[in-house]
Ligand binder design. Structure first.
Ligand SMILES: Cc1cc2nc3c(=O)[nH]c(=O)nc-3n(C[C@H](O)[C@H](O)[C@H](O)COP(=O)(O)O)c2cc1C
Length: 189
């Protein structure tokens, strides 16, 4: 029997995105964001609390990078989601992560995460009290060779994690089960 769970933010798999932006004096702000996804062919959409340090820096610099948390950096990714730069000014240094300037946008790339979207802020609209919807244009995708096979991003090498918001668990993405744009053809009559 099916059960109604009410209006909840349920969407599988939820990406564990790491947003990074420059704050005042070149300080790196970074946070964990799972309420995000694709908005258009070259745009991402993320729902953010307005007073996060990273949100304010994205608004000020109009740029950010979006990295994908991986299984090798679960603790670092979670740390970025439970500690605020508003309270701990050297939050990023304390995470043990390192950053370098993106050559494409005014935002830091976190070196330990091998895949990053380099983005410019398109819009930041208030959608409810203290929550904004960020739409950002993807200017460039930068991938470390270590996660590529034959010039393409290899999801098995990337080993991204997903959030289960119901149990507050981080999960690996499972193995390949089919071929997109192809397996359905056998049902075309
Ligand atoms: C798994 C996880 C997912 C999160 N997703 C979001 C999100 O989508 N939007 C948001 O505003 N905050 C989200 N947060 C909370 C922020 O990452 C957190 O408040 C962080 O401390 C903000 O850091 P800052 O103030 O240094 O920017 C998430 C936290 C965790 C642990």
């Amino acid at each position: 029997m099916r059960k109604d769970l009410g209006a909840k933010t349920v969407l599988y798999p939820m990406p564990v995105l790491i947003l990074a932006a420059y704050g005042e004096n070149g300080k790196v702000d970074a946070m964990n964001a799972a309420w995000g996804g694709i908005a258009d062919t070259d745009q991402v959409c993320i729902c953010l609390t307005a007073d996060h340090a990273t949100t304010k820096s994205i608004a000020a610099r109009r740029a950010l990078t979006v990295s994908f948390a991986d299984a090798a950096h679960v603790a670092e990714a979670d740390y970025l989601g439970i500690v605020s730069g508003n309270d701990v000014p050297n939050k990023f240094e304390r995470s043990g992560l390192h950053a370098e300037r993106s050559p494409h946008v005014d935002a830091p790339i976190i070196k330990e995460f091998p895949l990053a979207l380099e983005c410019k802020l398109r819009s930041m609209d208030e959608i409810s009290e203290n929550t904004v919807r960020v739409i950002a244009d993807i200017v460039n995708v930068s991938a470390d060779e270590s996660i590529m096979t034959d010039g393409k991003i290899d999801i098995a090498k990337l080993d991204p994690i997903t959030l289960d918001s119901a149990s507050h668990g981080y999960y690996r993405i499972g193995g390949r089960v089919g071929n997109a744009f192809s397996d359905g053809k056998k049902l075309i009559k």
